[in-house]
Design a protein around this ligand. Structure first.
Ligand SMILES: Cc1ncc(C[n+]2csc(CCOP(=O)(O)OP(=O)(O)O)c2C)c(N)n1
Ligand SMILES: [Mg+2]
Length: 360
């Protein structure tokens, strides 16, 4: 099993500390990745304020997961590749092109939410235009969709990667094992990213996963299993770059386990101080990827005070705009309540009729 860490490049040679040399990414691209993480964090923090002030009914947070997702997505090609996100994939959906306004439309459950027109719970992202697949609330089911998409890419002869994200708790579901087995047998261009934050709601990892590292399961499906520090953005990038190269070369899937931290309660309906010790919470706060990546760029002279201030101001403006836009947007029309539940042949935007029936 491969372990990526700050001192190691994907060729196994000791890395230069310089982030550009380590990753091969330009200084501008690295600042873009930092900006993406800062935007995800700010949108997430705003969602909590909206929840606590009674304006949105539910928040499920990405805080602590942004570094892994930003690094992973930096190795993908939006517009070509497919993303099967989960509810903590905020940085990933932004990387795939979803706008802050669209994120907030979903948060408020508005009619123009691109994933579901306000039907899905908040953070159940989707956007056909971005190749972001709208998933179900039962955790782990998106792995089967990813295997199906990867199989379709193979059958069509299209060079695409299907990346599916989930937590370590979801990775125990039967669906996930079936998807990995199928992808392993058929050498599908799929990458499973397990964002292991040590908890499934209030249940600690040792009470939900029989092995210490989920990545070890990859051997059972004849694919590489990779462990990466999820607070190490560039380590995540390098791990994913290898996985993408493997997938596109026809060599099959990879399982990447990113060890991350969950900085908030499970959701806005959870209070994690009830089941986590103060030491555990403090250790988690010490593994926040956002200041870690900011400090890495600062130390390398890639982010100065002026650039940081500019990013902060831009992010604040985007979050304010998205909040105002989404709050003022139209709610779904109650007359469309059952849309996408039953086939409505001939209705624009509705589910098409059954195969062989009238076109939708
Ligand atoms: C099949 C199924 N079982 C239970 C739930 C309730 N549930 C929602 S999120 C969650 C925890 C998942 O933990 P993990 O996969 O580690 O992701 P994390 O929230 O820690 O990122 C559970 C049990 C569900 N949505 N689906
Ligand atoms: Mg978890």
């Amino acid at each position: 099993m491969r372990v990526y860490s700050r001192g190691v490049t994907n060729s196994g040679v000791s890395a230069a500390p310089d982030p550009v040399a380590r990753s091969g990414l330009s200084a501008a691209r690295l600042r873009e990745i930092y900006r993406l993480m800062a935007l995800a964090r700010a949108l997430d923090e705003r969602a909590w304020i909206l929840n606590r002030s009674g304006r949105v009914h539910f928040v499920i947070s990405a805080q602590g997961h942004e570094g892994a997702e930003a690094g992973i997505c930096a190795a993908l090609t939006p517009g070509r590749d497919w993303l099967l996100p989960y509810y903590r994939s905020l940085a990933a959906v932004l990387a795939f092109g979803m706008t802050p306004r669209e994120v907030m439309l979903l948060q408020f459950g508005k009619a123009d939410d691109p994933g579901s027109g306000g039907r899905q719970m908040p953070a159940h992202y989707g956007g056909a235009a971005y190749r972001i697949f709208s998933g179900s609330s039962p955790v782990g089911t998106q792995a089967l969709h990813a295997a199906g998409i990867a199989l379709a890419a193979r059958l069509r002869g299209e060079a695409q990667v299907a990346t599916v994200m989930m937590g370590e708790g979801a990775a125990n579901q039967g669906d996930v094992h079936e998807a990995l087995n199928f992808a392993g047998i058929h050498h599908l261009p799929m990458v499973l990213v397990v964002e292991n934050n040590g908890y499934a709601i209030s249940v600690p990892a040792e009470k939900q996963v029989a092995v210490r590292d989920v990545a070890i399961r990859a051997a059972g499906y004849s694919m590489p299993g990779v462990i990466v520090d999820g607070t190490d953005v560039l380590g995540c990038y390098l791990a994913m770059r290898d996985a993408v190269a493997r997938a596109l070369a026809g060599d099959g899937p990879t399982l990447i386990e990113a060890k991350v931290t969950r900085l908030t309660g499970h959701s806005s309906d959870d209070q994690q101080t009830k089941y986590r010790t103060e030491d555990d919470l403090a250790a988690g706060r010490g593994r926040d990827p956002l200041p870690a990546f900011r400090d890495e760029l600062r130390a390398a002279g890639l982010l100065d005070a002026a650039a940081e201030a500019q990013i902060a101001a831009e992010v604040r403006g985007l979050v304010d705009d998205a909040t105002d836009f989404a709050e003022a947007a139209a709610d779904p029309d109650p007359a469309t309540l059952l849309r996408h539940v039953y086939a409505e042949p001939g209705v624009p935007g509705a589910a098409p009729g059954p195969p062989g029936g009238a076109p939708g």
